[in-house]
Each structure stands twice: as structure tokens, then as C-alpha cells.
Design a protein around this ligand. Structure first.
Ligand code: ATP
Ligand code: MG
Length: 661
């Protein structure tokens, strides 16, 4: 792929720039100084960040990189993640501060949990898990809805040094079983069910099936206990290994003396979203991970623990729910919202209603959600008072410039001449554990669609096939050149695949599959997966750029493009679009109009061969578009593995549209 820098440059035409509001910049946690300090001595910079935490034994070495790519951070140090997230806040006299404003999906079903209460609950859960035979090093699978017990279980596992693996509650029993088997979990924590879209859905039956599959699988692995929270009260089948949470945890002692663990002790295994293939079991360890997540949560979100109310809408079954809902915010003593349900239950303004009610100041969500709100129209958020918001964040995919501007206008208060709040577009991965590329909200001018520059202490670059750094205005592969504290340590049980997957393309560089370019100012634009790059008549086109061009049309809310095999051009661009509700069915000319719009925005070469208006797009549970499935449709193939799809029926709808053409 020697022509990797030939990606089209339409996004560079994006000229809008938003300076941080003066008052925000003045009181920001981090200033320009941090970059210089980190450049001068990267390890001293991370060592200073580590002082934010409570340690037992201090480290001998900040980083041991003597056996790359296997990193060890803060070697010889001891620490307990649960103590850092809970106990120390209580000991410092902040026990009465609310840790979680939990909001259930059924209206009125809500509960505030203070740090002191959280300490009680985590201690009880740690005692109960010990009683069930969980020992340091044992793995615990967590298959739960978004309820406080989920966070409590994670922290109890961390306390014991028993790595958890959280499996998204919407996954099938097959997906759950394969993850239990892969990491050898001996206890599963679940609930009878949860609430989604106004109805109680069941979870326990999937666990029962998964446990049976584990029993039937080769090897001597067996799930010894299933600990079950009663959430909905629905009937559940019961076996000898099942234990109710209210019997085991509520009755356990609220006193638990934690042990300190080695800095490199495994904290959890998290499987990737599986957007591009079979999920990988990413291993994160304790000390470095906590340093990386707590520092970035404080700096990127400008967290003021005394006054902010933070809300990250990610599901806990995704890495964002680990780093920026559990470990980062709680280590920083934040007050945050935890919401069980979907954004549209019981009405489409539910999220905005929650922001108004709790006075949320920092809000972190994904582009897929923003585009859904764009589709529904401006009138819905306009009904609520969102003036408490002072910072917005985005994660998961490149944010289309149009979606960024909508977010800033309608959620960030910039419409009708308002000043608007900073937006942080944060690039990172399950593997990176922490945000690596993002604006700093008090320093960086926002550019819609650009994640901007590596954070202090991070060295990222865009390189060509020969691993040479590309110049400004050019594109290539996004790589990391130096280790960072929250980086993955390996793939669970598979060091060879770890080396092969991330470190084998170029000596000494980490590469995990994203393409990017530098604009004329040297700022970074993530262009999507290099696997998704299309080659049309010898021109390399990025999916992100064409999708953003489509989303900039007033009738379009969401778009996904793929390269489909084409006799004439090698590959041809095929686009799938969701229209804004206000645009109706778009009219007879919509396909031609959108093709021409892309032609005007980017160039004739990028014009889709075909534009299909669809009701939904196939997405993973974390909201990422699964382009490989759309490519199957565009090329008339049987649709591939849909295991990690949020809603498999979406593919039937799309195939039906295709057949009706
Ligand atoms: P798999 O690796 O199994 O295919 P995945 O890569 O979708 O799954 P995640 O770790 O959840 O799993 O996603 C990380 C990816 O999300 C990044 O590699 C990048 O493609 C995308 N991403 C995340 N944040 C951003 C962002 N701010 N801008 C652009 N892309 C982003
Ligand atoms: Mg990935």
C-alpha cells in the first residue's frame, strides 16, 4: 500500500474553529505547560501523575521496557484499585459525597449512593465473593444491566485481585460462554433481568445456557457459582450453584480489609467490540492503568470533583464503561450519573431530562447517539434546560463535522449566538485503556472532526509503509511510538497473538488498524480503519470522509459507505444512509442528489455507485457501524458473523430493501 497518503482531503476544507471560552481556559486543570513538561521527561511526567493515587510500596522503576513489547509500569509498587476508588475518599472525609446518581429506566426508580455507602457495599460483596471461593487471581465474569451492583462487583473483584471480565448484557449465551471459557471464569455474577425500552428483559436464562455450554466444552473448566441480583422480580430457573445476591451479599459483613496487589497484577480482561473480526481478550493490569485513566479523566474532562456532575453514557460492557465510568471517575472522587436504560425510554428526551434533573456538567457520549438525535430533530433537546453543561465529549468513531456542530449548538448551548462549550473528541481503543489523542479543553481550539493532538506524555504519529513520519497534509497509518501507562499488557493467554496483532508490522511501533492524516497545522484526523479504505480506480478513499460528506447534506442523519467489488473500477463506493425525520422519504431524486452532493464536496471519484436509504445500520453494542456486513450486502454475499451486533434484525431490514430495488 505504497499509495497510503493519497487519501482525499475534503475534511481539510473544514474551516470552523472554536476557541476555549476565556473563563474555562482560565480555570482549566491543565495548561499548555503540560506538553512541554512531558516532552522534557516523559517518565517523570507519568511519575508525577502517579502521585495522584495512594500506593503501598512505591515503585523501583516507572517503566520497565527491557522486554518489549511487554511493558511493566511502576515495578515493585503495590496498590489496590478499589481502595483508590472508594476507601480513600471516605478516609479523607468525603464519605457523604454522592458517588453514583443511579437512574433506573422505569421513571422514579432512582437511588443515590454515597462513597461511604459504596464502601459498605463493595466490602460486603468482597466478603461474599470470598465466601463463594473467589481467590486472588481467579476470574469472575459479570453479565449485568447498568445497575449499581455491577460497579460494586467490579470494585469487589479489584479489591480481591480477582480479574473481572464484563460481558455486555445484550450478548447471546454463545458469546458469554466463549468469553467465560477463554478467560476461565469460575464465578458468574448476573441478575434476573433488566429494563430496556420499557420492558423487563431476562438475563439469567442466557447465563444458564452459557454455563451448560461451559460444562459441555472440553477441558476441566466449570462455573462453580452464579450470583444473581434480583432486579425485575421475574421468575428464574434455579440450580444448586445459584446464589441470590440478597442472601449472600446483603448479609455479609461490611468490614473488609483489603490486600495490596502488585502494580502489574491483572485487573481485568475486556474483549474488543469485534467490529473488524473475532474479539480479542485485552488484559489490563492495575497500577499503570489507574494512573492513565485517572490522569486523563481529570485532564481531558477538566474534572472539578467538588462541583462537577459527570455522565458517561457508555455501557459498562464496553471499555469506556471501565475507564471512564468506573476506574477513572471513581479514582478521582467524582459524582456521576449511571443510567440503566435507552435514550428513548419512555420518551425521546430522556437523556436531556436526566441532565436537567441532576445538573450534569460534563457529558460524554458517542457519535452514533449524536446522529440519532440529529435525525429526531432539534425540538427535543430544546425542551430541556441544558445550561449546566460546561464540557462535551465524544468517543467510539470519528465524529462527522456536521454532527460535532449539531452537538455544540443543541447540547452545548451554542445555538442562537450562545458561547458554546468545549468538545473533546477522544481517540483511544480497548487496547490503549486510556484516551491517547484528544484536545485539552482549556488549551486546544476545537476543530470539528479532528481529535487534534496526542495528550501530554503520549507519542503518536502518522507513518507511511516504510514507517516514515508523513508530512503535514498527508495521510497514513496511526501508530504509537512509546509505551503508555494504561496500555494492554498482552492478549489473555496468547502472547504470540499479542505480538503478531499489534507489534509485527513495523519494528518497535504499535499499530492497531486505524488510518489518519495530519492537516496543514499538523493536527490529527482519524480516517477510520485501514481495512475499510476503498480503492476506486487506483484512488484510495477513506470511508470517514465520504460518510462525513453525506452527513453534511441537510436530509441525512447517518451514513455508512463500503467499497464493493466492481468490474470497471476495481471497487465502487456503495452508500447506506438514514434520513433525518424532517426529510420524510427524501423524494424520488434523493439518490441522485446525494451522489451529486458527494461529488461537489469531495470530487467525482468519490461519488457512490449506489445510495441506499435504509431505516437502520448494523452496529456493535458500542455503536460502531459494522461495515463488513454492509459489504456482504453490497456484494450480494451471505451476511457474515453477526454475534456482536446490537440488533441482528437490522440486517434483515436492509436485505429486504436491497431485494425490493
Ligand atoms: P475490534 O478491534 O475487535 O475490531 P473495535 O476496534 O471496534 O473492535 P474498540 O476497542 O471498542 O473495538 O474500538 C476502538 C476503535 O474505535 C479505534 O481503533 C477507532 O477505530 C475507533 N475510535 C474510537 N474513538 C475514536 C475517535 N474519537 N475518532 C475516531 N475513531 C475512534
Ligand atoms: Mg480494534
Amino acid at each position: 500500500m505504497s499509495d497510503s497518503n493519497e487519501t482525499l482531503a475534503n475534511l481539510a476544507h473544514e474551516q470552523r474553529r472554536f476557541a476555549p471560552p476565556a473563563a474555562f481556559a482560565e480555570s482549566a486543570n491543565v495548561t499548555e505547560e503540560a506538553y512541554a513538561r512531558a516532552d522534557a521527561d516523559r517518565l517523570a511526567f507519568w511519575e508525577a501523575a502517579a502521585e495522584r493515587l495512594d500506593w503501598g510500596q512505591k515503585w523501583d522503576q516507572v517503566l520497565d521496557w527491557s522486554n518489549p513489547p511487554f511493558a511493566k509500569w511502576f515495578t515493585g509498587a503495590t496498590i489496590n484499585a478499589s481502595v483508590n476508588c472508594v476507601d480513600r475518599h471516605v478516609e479523607a472525609g468525603r464519605g457523604d459525597k454522592v458517588a453514583l446518581h443511579w437512574v433506573g429506566e422505569p421513571e422514579g426508580d432512582a437511588r443515590d449512593i454515597t462513597y461511604a455507602q459504596l464502601l459498605d457495599e463493595v466490602s460486603r460483596a468482597a466478603n461474599a465473593l470470598t465466601e463463594l471461593g473467589v481467590r486472588k487471581g481467579d476470574r469472575v465474569a459479570i453479565y449485568m444491566p447498568m445497575i449499581p451492583e455491577t460497579v460494586i462487583t467490579m470494585l469487589a473483584c479489584a479489591r480481591l485481585g480477582a480479574p473481572h471480565t464484563v460481558v455486555f448484557g445484550g450478548f447471546s449465551s454463545d458469546a458469554l460462554a466463549s468469553r467465560i471459557i477463554d478467560c476461565g471464569a469460575k464465578v458468574v455474577v448476573t441478575s434476573d433481568g433488566g429494563y430496556r425500552r420499557g420492558a423487563a428483559s431476562a438475563l439469567k436464562p442466557a447465563v444458564d445456557e452459557a454455563v451448560a455450554k461451559v460444562d459441555a466444552a472440553d477441558g476441566d473448566l466449570a462455573v462453580e457459582h452464579v450470583l444473581v441480583v434480583r432486579r425485575t422480580g421475574q421468575d428464574v430457573a434455579w440450580t444448586e450453584r445459584d446464589v441470590w445476591w440478597h442472601d449472600a451479599v446483603d448479609t455479609a459483613s461490611a468490614q473488609h480489609t483489603p490486600e495490596l496487589h502488585d502494580s502489574e497484577h491483572p485487573l481485568y480482561v475486556m474483549y474488543t467490540s469485534g467490529t473488524t473480526g473475532k474479539p480479542k481478550g485485552i488484559l489490563h493490569t492495575t497500577g499503570g492503568y489507574l494512573v492513565g485513566t485517572s490522569y486523563t479523566h481529570w485532564s481531558v474532562f477538566d474534572l472539578k470533583p467538588e462541583s462537577d456532575v459527570y455522565w458517561c453514557t457508555a455501557d459498562v460492557g464496553w471499555v469506556t464503561g471501565h475507564s471512564y465510568m468506573v476506574y477513572g471517575p471513581l479514582a478521582n472522587g467524582a459524582t456521576q450519573v449511571l443510567y440503566e436504560g435507552t435514550p428513548d425510554a419512555p420518551h425521546k428526551g430522556r437523556w436531556w431530562e436526566i441532565i436537567e434533573k441532576y445538573g450534569v456538567t460534563i457529558f460524554y457520549t458517542a457519535p452514533t447517539a449524536i446522529r440519532t438525535f440529529m435525525k429526531q430533530g432539534d425540538a427535543i433537546p430544546a425542551k430541556f434546560d441544558l445550561s449546566s453543561i460546561r464540557l462535551l465529549g465524544s468517543v467510539g468513531e470519528p465524529i462527522n463535522p456536521e454532527a460535532y456542530v449539531w452537538y455544540r449548538d443543541h447540547i452545548g448551548g451554542a445555538k442562537d449566538g450562545g458561547e458554546g462549550v468545549p468538545i473533546v473528541d477522544t481517540w483511544w481503543q480497548t487496547e490503549t485503556g486510556q484516551i491517547l489523542i484528544s484536545p485539552l479543553p482549556g488549551v486546544t481550539h476545537g476543530k470539528p472532526g479532528s481529535a487534534m493532538r496526542p495528550l501530554p506524555g503520549i507519542s503518536a504519529d502518522v507513518v507511511d509503509d516504510e514507517a516514515r513520519s508523513v508530512g503535514d497534509g498527508e495521510g497514513g497509518y496511526l501508530v504509537l511510538k512509546e509505551p503508555w501507562p494504561a496500555m494492554l499488557r498482552t492478549l489473555w493467554g496468547d502472547d504470540d497473538r499479542f505480538v503478531e496483532t499489534y507489534w509485527s508490522r513495523w519494528e518497535g511501533l504499535y499499530f492497531a488498524g486505524d488510518g489518519a492524516k495530519k492537516d496543514d497545522d499538523g493536527d490529527l484526523w482519524v480516517l477510520g480503519r485501514v481495512d475499510d479504505v476503498m480503492n476506486v480506480s487506483g484512488h484510495r478513499l477513506s470511508t470517514t470522509e465520504i460518510e462525513s460528506a453525506l452527513v453534511s447534506h441537510p436530509s441525512v442523519a447517518e451514513a455508512a459507505v463500503v467499497g464493493a467489488a466492481d468490474d470497471m473500477t476495481g471497487q465502487a463506493v456503495v452508500a447506506f444512509v438514514i434520513l433525518r425525520e424532517a426529510a420524510g422519504d427524501g423524494g424520488a431524486e434523493i439518490e441522485t442528489e446525494l451522489r451529486n452532493h458527494v461529488g461537489r464536496e469531495i470530487g467525482a471519484i468519490a461519488k457512490p455507485r449506489q445510495v441506499m436509504v435504509v431505516p437502520e445500520l448494523p452496529k456493535t453494542r458500542s455503536g460502531k457501524i459494522m461495515r463488513r456486513l454492509l459489504k456482504d450486502v453490497a456484494e450480494g454475499r451471505e451476511v457474515g458473523d453477526t454475534q456482536t451486533l446490537a440488533d441482528a434484525s437490522v440486517m434483515d431490514l436492509i436485505k429486504a430493501r436491497e431485494a425490493a430495488r
